[in-house]
Design a protein around this ligand. Structure first.
Ligand code: NAD
Ligand code: MG
Length: 302
């Protein structure tokens, strides 16, 4: 838990200083980064997110659920009454174990499904294993992502280009396609996109391009699936403090200033995103289809 703030998401408080404007020290982690090694720690809601039964009995598969935003969403879903299957890379077992402990602490089932989403076979298998482990599926959160900053296009390797597209957009197509036969009417699909979809940083060309593709995929698929009673929406985070940022997601020199240029003057904490996913997953958003919820500290977005 970050920064000693144990007030829950319903506590009346000033968003400017709900969390301090952290100045993360320069740091480096190999990909994928671990929450366990991040300095300062993030708030994924372990000590603060209070559920009110909004996802009672639901069955969710979340990719990239071990850390950062996916972990905060997994914790919130469990506290709202959902069972959760977690996809993550095998090298992230330590982070996943911590999130699984919190889900079990909420009295819910957690299904651990390590694997690599660049592998088309795993994209199919992870859905089957989630369905088997949960006894069905009615929420899919496509959230895994790869972000590696490269200053000049000349230095962007073909390998990185391929990995970024396979992880960030091919897997969204493949996992969603595999999930469709299992999703009953009333299900929700939620895609993690980014403010980068509209305002690309010059050093994130490959990443930002995949995020624009995710927005397009979301809006098109939403129209295809709405008549079947399956809602597709997206969440577009601004700068959130997560392990993605220190495993070359940002240029090292930029880390101490990360998120300070938002109108709120600070980076977001992962748990501040969770209510957006809960809203889109729950039946209360029944008429919200093909929408992108921007959660970015006030940065102008279309
Ligand atoms: P994170 O590092 O905690 O999560 C990303 C996860 O993606 C990893 O935990 C990993 O499990 C998964 N992943 C990456 N490559 C994979 C692969 N080949 N196979 C399987 N899983 C793989 O970072 P995060 O910031 O919480 O990122 C979650 C999502 O949010 C990403 O899609 C990211 O693009 C998006 N996002 C983050 C921010 C931010 O500021 N942190 C802003 C906008 C969008
Ligand atoms: Mg991780």
């Amino acid at each position: 838990m970050a920064n000693g703030n144990t007030s829950d998401q319903y506590t009346f408080q000033d968003p400017v200083n709900r969390y301090p404007s952290v100045s993360p020290p320069k740091q480096d982690q190999p990909e994928p980064g671990l929450d366990a090694d991040l300095e300062p720690k993030t708030d994924r809601g372990e000590d603060s997110y209070r559920g009110t039964g909004r996802l009672q009995g639901r069955k969710a598969l979340i990719t990239g659920a071990d850390s950062g935003i996916g972990a905060a969403v997994a914790i919130a879903f469990a506290r709202e009454g959902a069972d959760v299957a977690l996809s993550y890379l095998p090298e992230e077992e330590e982070d996943a174990a911590r999130v699984i402990e919190v889900i079990k602490g909420a009295g819910r089932t957690a299904v651990a499904l390590p694997g690599d989403l660049r592998d088309a076979g795993y994209c199919i298998q992870v859905v089957q294993d989630a369905v088997d482990g949960l006894g069905g599926l009615d929420i899919l959160v496509n959230n895994a992502g790869k972000q590696v900053a490269v200053e000049n296009l000349e230095d962007l390797s073909d390998e990185q280009l391929d990995d970024t597209f396979k992880t960030n957009i091919y897997s969204f197509f493949r996992v969603t396609k595999a999930a469709l036969p299992h999703l009953p009417a009333g299900s929700s699909i939620i895609n993690s996109t980014s403010i980068q979809a509209y305002s690309p940083s010059p050093h994130l060309l490959d990443y930002a391009s995949t995020k624009a593709a995710i927005n397009n995929f979301t809006k098109g698929l939403a129209q295809q699936l709405a008549p079947k009673g399956i809602r597709v929406n997206a969440v577009a985070p601004g700068p959130f403090w997560t392990p993605l940022q220190v495993s070359d997601g940002q240029p090292k020199d930029a880390l101490p200033e990360f998120g300070k240029d938002t109108p709120l003057g600070r980076a977001g904490q992962p748990t501040e995103l969770a209510p957006a996913y809960v809203f889109l997953a729950s039946p209360e958003s029944s008429y919200v289809v093909g929408e992108t919820l921007n959660v970015n500290g006030g940065m102008p977005s279309p």
